[in-house]
Design a protein around this ligand. Structure first.
Ligand SMILES: [Zn+2]
Length: 193
């Protein structure tokens, strides 16, 4: 609990002083005094706290003992956005085509790099979690995000029907799930046929 507060204090200082090269003593003195005032306790090893923030990508190490907070570079890390370089790789891997409809650059279609598993569901900015979508399919996917429960339910019914040999129900679920797949809706929820 204390360590969280200490970390938050350090972050607060850097956030209030963006894009400036700051040496350890300035932030350490401030954080130590502030912490003492707020908790009555001694802030131990603030230097280490700063180094950890740099290691996690929150701060840029300018040189030994000097750090900088750049809100633009941190945004990527915190929001798990793809970097420009990653986007280029993903677009090339998918041949500059929407993975759903196959339309692309050649057809004058605007392409987006999408998180297969959404950021707010813990989807990471890694190449395996990226896919190329046209603007239309990206829009549709985002708007139908809340249909996850439905997909999970049909997968459950499908499994049940398979076990019980209930062909009609199995076929029905299959048809619905194929529509999900065809339109790339909730593709992070895997349906094993
Ligand atoms: Zn498309």
């Amino acid at each position: 609990m204390n360590s969280v507060t200490q970390k938050e204090l350090l972050k607060k200082f850097f956030k209030e002083n963006p894009n400036r090269d700051i040496s350890h003593p300035e932030v350490v003195d401030w954080a130590t005094a502030k912490y003492k005032k707020q908790t009555g306790k001694v802030f131990r090893d603030a230097d280490r706290g700063i180094r950890l923030l740099a290691q996690s990508g929150f701060l840029i190490k300018v040189k030994k003992g000097v750090y900088r907070y750049d809100p633009n570079s941190i945004e990527n890390i915190e929001l798990e956005d793809f970097t420009t370089a990653q986007k280029k790789i993903i677009l090339a891997r998918d041949n500059y085509k929407c993975v759903v409809c196959g339309r692309g650059k050649k057809d004058g279609i605007e392409l987006h790099v999408d998180h297969i598993k959404a950021k707010d569901l813990g989807g990471k900015a890694i190449l395996e979690n990226g896919q190329t979508l046209c603007a239309q399919h990206n829009f549709m996917k985002k708007n139908l995000k809340q249909t996850e429960t439905g997909k999970k339910m049909f997968i459950r019914f499908y499994e049940l029907a398979k076990v019980e040999g209930y062909e009609e129900l199995k076929k029905f679920c299959e048809q619905i799930l194929e529509v999900y797949e065809r339109n790339n809706i909730n593709s992070h929820i895997k349906w094993e046929k």
